[in-house]
Design a protein around this ligand. Structure first.
Ligand SMILES: [Zn+2]
Length: 364
């Protein structure tokens, strides 16, 4: 039997092949400029035969509670459809249908620039204006989207941590809800940056804990990333009444398997989070439920001042803005919220509900 071929030469690719022994493959993910361990990997495999192969990760937590995401069509569509995985062993097995079959595997269901381009070509997407926020450090165009023309401005962002793809499916869902019902949102203008760390998204970096600090610790007078400087300028110019920053948590276990809002030290911001998370819990779809009891108060777990020593995220930065906007950070899990398995589509449904909740929240 020929050897299985594995590489990362695909958009967002990230893998280290440590050893291949017949049908057993030993893998690790590339940390690149991330300090410590993080969770992202994505690769393609070309199978030499119709046979079962087992992929092991040998260095920490790499699989969601639903195993790997699998694409049989070179990244166009993804599903949690790998039936055989072992979370204790951090491994999964896949049976190829035929010699020469190409299959892509990923830690998450990816959302790349190609997904955004596809979306902006749909009926909903065509009512969204595509602008350029700035150029990334590597010269890529960083998208800025706008929909609506009302006086109340809302700012949306995802991918301050570049691998947090489910957040962008939900962001798309927010825009789609507004696009589908413009008569319900005459008071609003939505501005959105879907890929804050654009280079990290396309290059397949971890992004999280990037040295000297990541995009989500860059807000303030000494910002080092062009995207963050441009976002701060945009926010000062447009003066949004709500800044809504969207993330995904760790790969699995505990708080990483449900939606939550990140509690804030600032009492005014926290009051907004309490009110909003009660609204979204009522609006959330059955395929992506939320519960305000899952929120993580400031000072609990990882959410303490030590976590922000490297610099400020966008939300606490907003606490000091003179027009006192609401600002919130939501964490949207990769594969399941409690017992409910989630997908690209259910994340879009959650986004639809977030748009309705934003309207209810701001009109109250
Ligand atoms: Zn994040």
């Amino acid at each position: 039997m020929h050897t299985i071929q594995i590489d990362a030469q695909i958009p967002g690719g990230n893998i280290i092949v440590k050893a291949i022994d017949d049908s057993q493959v030993l893998l690790n993910r590339e940390m690149r400029d991330t300090k410590g361990n993080w969770i992202y990997w994505k690769f393609r495999a070309v199978f030499p035969a119709a046979a079962e192969f087992t992929f092991h990760f040998d260095d920490g937590c790499c699989l969601t509670s639903r195993g790997p995401a699998v694409s049989l069509d070179k990244g166009k569509s993804w599903a949690w459809n790998c039936p055989r995985f072992d979370l204790k062993a951090e491994s999964f097995s896949f049976t190829a249908d035929y010699a020469g079959q190409e299959v892509w595997f990923c830690q998450c269901i990816p959302y790349m620039e190609s997904n955004l381009n596809e979306y902006l070509a749909t009926k909903a997407g065509q009512s969204i204006t595509r602008l350029e926020l700035c150029r990334s450090r590597k010269g890529r165009s960083v998208e800025l989207l706008r929909i609506g023309n009302g006086p109340q401005k809302v700012f949306l962002s995802s991918r301050h941590h570049c691998q947090e793809s489910m957040a962008t499916y939900a962001l798309e869902g927010i825009l789609s809800e507004v696009a589908a019902h413009p008569q319900k949102y005459p008071e609003f203008t939505f501005w959105a940056v879907p890929f804050v760390d654009k280079d990290g998204v396309e290059d397949g970096d971890q992004g999280k804990n990037r040295m000297p600090h990541d995009h989500a610790r860059d807000y303030g007078p000494n910002a080092i990333y062009p995207e963050v400087r441009a976002i701060m300028e945009l926010i000062h110019r447009e003066k949004p009444v709500l800044v809504f920053d969207m993330h995904c948590p760790w790969v699995r276990n505990g708080d990483s398997e449900h939606v939550y809002f990140v509690g804030q030290a600032d009492a005014r911001l926290q009051a907004g989070i309490d009110r909003f998370s009660a609204i979204i819990a009522r609006e959330a779809p059955p395929d992506f439920p939320t519960d305000p009891r899952d929120n993580i108060p400031f000072g609990q777990g990882w959410n303490n001042s030590r976590n922000y020593e490297q610099g400020s995220p966008i939300v606490p930065w907003c606490a000091s803005l003179p027009w006192q906007p609401s600002a919130q950070s939501i964490e949207i899990p990769f594969a399941n919220t409690h017992e409910v398995t989630v997908t690209a589509d259910s994340a879009r449904h959650l986004g639809n509900a977030l748009a309705r909740s934003i309207k209810l929240y701001l009109e109250a």
